[in-house]
Design a protein around this ligand. Structure first.
Ligand code: ZN
Length: 301
């Protein structure tokens, strides 16, 4: 069995394992929407200037001091329709990719502080729900974390109203991220994950279409392999227990779902123990990059 096949096989099992987490995500954790007007322009226009935007690299020495080599992230991470070199193979060493959705918010700085204390780099899939905190996007990036996009409004009935509506919303958060970090990154996460079925309430088959379209446009969507369950209200203890339960299979590559949105204080409280747990289990921590083993759920609509 090839490694690629093995990875695919694992992905299938992982998908099966997280399907309930996904629909759970759809119905609860992904529900804190806000509204914002939609602009009407095409996706392709935005992608063009996104990929054309700066591929200059090294803009960030930022707040961390351990950066040893020039920061090539801008050149590497900018959305580029010509690049299809996605990785579906697990890494050589056990690696966990902590991901935080729905920020930036009042909790993002607290998450950053914990990550900083442990020297852990993570990934933030950002929204436009709280414009006061947009500067946190730059701050996270400069600290060495990866920025991905999660849509601007995170409002299901707007985001999934049509394929064009999705692109308009994604382009809106792309503008924000470009302003904060200088380019539009290729990493995205669908609200509710690609397996969400809530989108069927608005547009039948939209996830099938979007999954293909975003990749054609040079983006890649990252679902998750496991979660701490903070989409719903839980105590920190419960989040730690859920983490252990959902990662007990010990797979080599785990993209791990958490939230730094509003009212996610228990996530902040649980985060040190979650990090310590993964350390004890022998995992290294990494921010998502183009080498990350891409997790895709089974598409449900
Ligand atoms: Zn979300």
């Amino acid at each position: 069995m090839t490694k690629r096949l093995l990875c695919t096989t694992l992905a299938v099992f992982l998908c099966l394992g997280v399907l309930c987490a996904c629909s759970y995500a759809s119905s609860s954790q992904e529900g804190n929407a806000s509204d914002s007007p939609q602009a009407a322009n095409s996706a392709s226009a935005d992608q063009t200037n996104a990929s054309a935007s700066d591929a200059t690299g090294n803009s960030n020495s930022g707040t961390t001091t351990q950066q040893q080599s020039p920061d090539t992230r801008a050149a590497d991470f900018a959305v580029d329709p010509a690049r299809k070199d996605w990785n579906y193979e697990a890494p050589a060493t056990k690696t966990v990719y902590l991901t935080f959705d729905d920020g930036p918010s009042e909790n993002t700085q607290r998450v950053l502080d914990v990550l900083d204390r442990y020297g852990v780099k993570a990934t933030f899939f950002v929204t436009g729900m709280h414009p006061d905190y947009f500067p946190m996007i730059a701050k996270c990036y400069e600290a060495g974390h990866t920025i991905g996009m999660h849509t601007y409004t995170h409002d299901y009935d707007k985001v999934y109203a049509s394929v064009d509506a999705y692109w308009n919303d994604l382009n809106q958060i792309a503008d924000v991220v470009r302003e904060q970090i200088g380019y539009v990154p290729c990493f995205i996460r669908f609200p509710g994950g690609s397996s969400n079925t809530i989108s069927a309430n608005y547009t039948k088959g939209i996830m099938t279409e979007l999954a293909q379209e975003v990749q054609d446009a040079g983006y890649q969507y990252y679902d998750w392999d496991a979660s701490c369950g903070d989409g719903a209200e839980h105590t920190a203890d419960e989040l730690v227990e859920a983490t252990m339960a959902d990662t007990s299979y010990g797979y080599k590559s785990i993209v791990f779902l958490m939230h730094d949105g509003v009212a996610k204080e228990s996530t902040v409280e649980a985060l040190p123990r979650i990090i310590e747990y993964f350390k004890q289990e022998g995992y290294e921590f990494a921010p998502i990059d183009r080498n990350t083993c891409v997790p895709h759920h089974g598409i449900g609509n």
